[in-house]
Design a protein around this ligand. Structure first.
Ligand code: KG4
Ligand code: ZN
Length: 330
């Protein structure tokens, strides 16, 4: 069985082809960063229009990279949500039309289930039960995975997601959008102890996250001292985010008595977070896995894998399948 997967929940148009033996034949990601960069964030209407332009060529590129054509595809998987409704509708409509014309199954996939599945792309094998940190532009959550597909959200974000905080701080410092990669690049030359930004632990035992106070602290610091020491500010801000993400993940692993932790989502591409999580997990005697950075940020390979993990061969075609903007409970 060969599955074509489509992802268009935000500002990346992505397509991938995977076999039911989980062999990844192609993964194409077309980013719209150039279009949204001038506005300092994703403009939903522009994103939808760009997806309309991109979707055909991106799917064609994925099929070409896999050395296949449409007749070789046995099922279509697509992200249903959470995300920008207009953007999601482009992917879903395209996938629906394709599956309808070809008479093949259409599998709707949750974007967060995709991020969770992406941990299987790690070089080290993942063992379950596992506590997984999802840190992206839209979500920060801790998830207990009893097995790959049986998941419970055990910690969630009360305000700005970690990636959103990176992007907003990038904006405060006048950096290019998205702020995350820029901040991690600048932070390499900075001192993480230069500015004592607050750590939002919330209650001592809480597994929830809050990053809006930290973002405000950076804004106040820049208002009072200027933003010229950008490397130090970036390193100090990044350290404040990373420390909270790492310690809460380890707290969750202890509380749920799991020997394995993992990370997913765009922020999991952050080198300092990867390094700190690896070091702290090792010290606690925990196994740690994280996918290569390209599989942390949005992609369709993770949507293909999430579909295959749940696909039992009985999925049919539902013409009424719809998108949704918000995650249930994350
Ligand atoms: O998972 P993702 O591609 O899209 C969502 O589902 O939101 O995550 C995008 C987020 C953005 O906020 C971006 O700034 C952040 O991931 N990000 C990073 C890094 N690379 C991407 N944050 C910190 N450090 C990075 N190296
Ligand atoms: Zn994502």
């Amino acid at each position: 069985m060969r599955l074509l997967a489509i992802e268009s929940s935000c500002d990346e148009t992505a397509a991938a082809v995977m076999t039911d033996r989980r062999e990844l034949l192609a993964s194409i990601v077309n980013s719209q960063v150039d279009i949204h960069g001038v506005y300092g964030g994703v403009v939903p209407e522009l994103a939808s229009r760009k997806h309309v332009e991109n979707i055909g060529p991106v799917v064609a590129a994925a099929l070409a990279a896999a050395g296949l054509d449409l007749d070789d595809i046995d099922a279509v998987a697509v992200t249903r949500g959470p995300g920008l409704v207009g953007s999601l509708l482009v992917g879903l409509s395209f996938a629906k039309a394709l599956a309808y014309v070809k008479g093949i199954p259409l599998i709707g996939v949750d974007h967060m289930a995709g991020h969770l599945a992406s941990i299987e792309f790690s070089e080290q094998p993942v063992s379950y039960p596992c506590v997984t940190l999802i840190a992206s532009g839209g979500h920060t959550a801790l998830v207990h995975q009893r097995i790959a597909t049986e998941t419970t959200v055990i910690g969630r974000c009360l305000d700005d997601a970690a990636g959103e905080a990176f992007d907003k701080v990038g904006k405060i410092l006048g950096l290019d959008y998205p702020g995350g990669p820029e901040i991690s690049r600048l932070a390499r030359a900075g001192d993480p102890a230069a500015v004592a930004f607050p750590r939002a632990w919330l209650d001592r035992d809480s597994l929830d996250f809050s990053f809006s106070g930290l973002k405000t602290a950076v804004a106040l610091h820049v208002a009072n001292h200027g933003g010229s020491a950008a490397a130090d500010i970036c390193a100090s801000f990044q350290e404040a985010v990373v420390e909270v993400l790492v310690e809460k993940t380890l707290l969750a692993a202890r509380r749920f008595r799991v020997p394995q932790v993992a990370m997913a989502g765009g922020v999991a591409a952050n080198p300092r977070l990867r390094q700190m999580m690896a070091a702290r997990a090792e010290r606690e005697g925990l196994r740690f896995t994280v996918p290569p950075a390209d599989f942390c940020t949005d992609n369709a390979a993770m949507i293909a894998l999430a579909a295959l993990l749940r696909h039992d061969g009985t999925d049919s075609f539902d013409i009424g399948m719809d998108v949704y903007s918000r995650a249930a409970g994350v």
